[in-house]
Design a protein around this ligand. Structure first.
Ligand SMILES: Cc1cc2nc3c(=O)[nH]c(=O)nc-3n(C[C@H](O)[C@H](O)[C@H](O)COP(=O)(O)O)c2cc1C
Length: 176
């Protein structure tokens, strides 16, 4: 698949047809996520995946209710975290004006790779920022040194949404 087509045609999917996602497919997605650039190649994003019916039910129970309704039938849920306090800092602890911001930046780069790869593999995705953080942390036993960032639903799209309107380039770009 052409990268520019994937960038243009990928959409957030909020209705899923039942499907089975294989472990090898998850590994392929994580390999793509791992190719993303990161601060000093620190590779702080981590991934926790619910693939069994029981684990998926538990994730659904920890999502905001509208997200839970939208992602019933997803084949997997991928939780992304970052090992906190590394990205954005030098070895001597000196950081930038963004503080911890670069750790979420690194996570976002990895997630974009992941969702574009999923699109190429024929899967739809929905990034979700609204969930019960404590519930997600407990179910996967996520260590305290990691910050939970997003939950991503992955599955077969049962809907073909139009692209939500984008701003004009002139509204977001300044060239001098
Ligand atoms: C950090 C982040 C959090 C998001 N959280 C949610 C969410 O909780 N529920 C939801 O339905 N969409 C969520 N979205 C999806 C956006 O609403 C969506 O990407 C945007 O409307 C543009 O649509 P598109 O992805 O189809 O281009 C989130 C996206 C991002 C990047």
């Amino acid at each position: 698949m052409e990268l520019s087509n994937a960038i243009k045609n990928r959409r957030s999917i909020r209705k899923y047809a039942p499907c089975v996602v294989k472990t090898e497919e998850i590994e392929e997605l994580i390999r793509s996520a791992q190719q993303a650039p990161s601060w000093k190649n620190s590779q702080t994003p981590r991934y926790y995946v619910a693939l069994s019916d029981e684990a998926k039910e538990r994730v659904l129970g920890n999502l905001a209710s509208f997200n839970s309704e939208r992602t019933q039938g997803a084949g997997a849920f991928i939780v992304t975290t970052v090992v906190h306090g590394i990205s954005g800092y030098n070895r001597d602890g000196q950081g930038t004006h963004l503080g911890n911001g670069f750790e979420c930046f690194d996570n976002g780069l990895a997630v974009e790779n992941l969702i574009l790869k999923a699109h190429e593999m024929g899967y739809g995705t929905l990034i979700m920022g609204l969930y019960n953080e404590q519930g997600i942390r407990e179910m996967f036993q996520i260590p305290a040194e990691e910050n939970v960032v997003v939950v991503i639903a992955l599955g077969k799209a049962d809907i073909c949404p139009d692209m939500p309107e984008r701003k004009e380039i002139s509204d977001i770009l300044k060239i001098i």
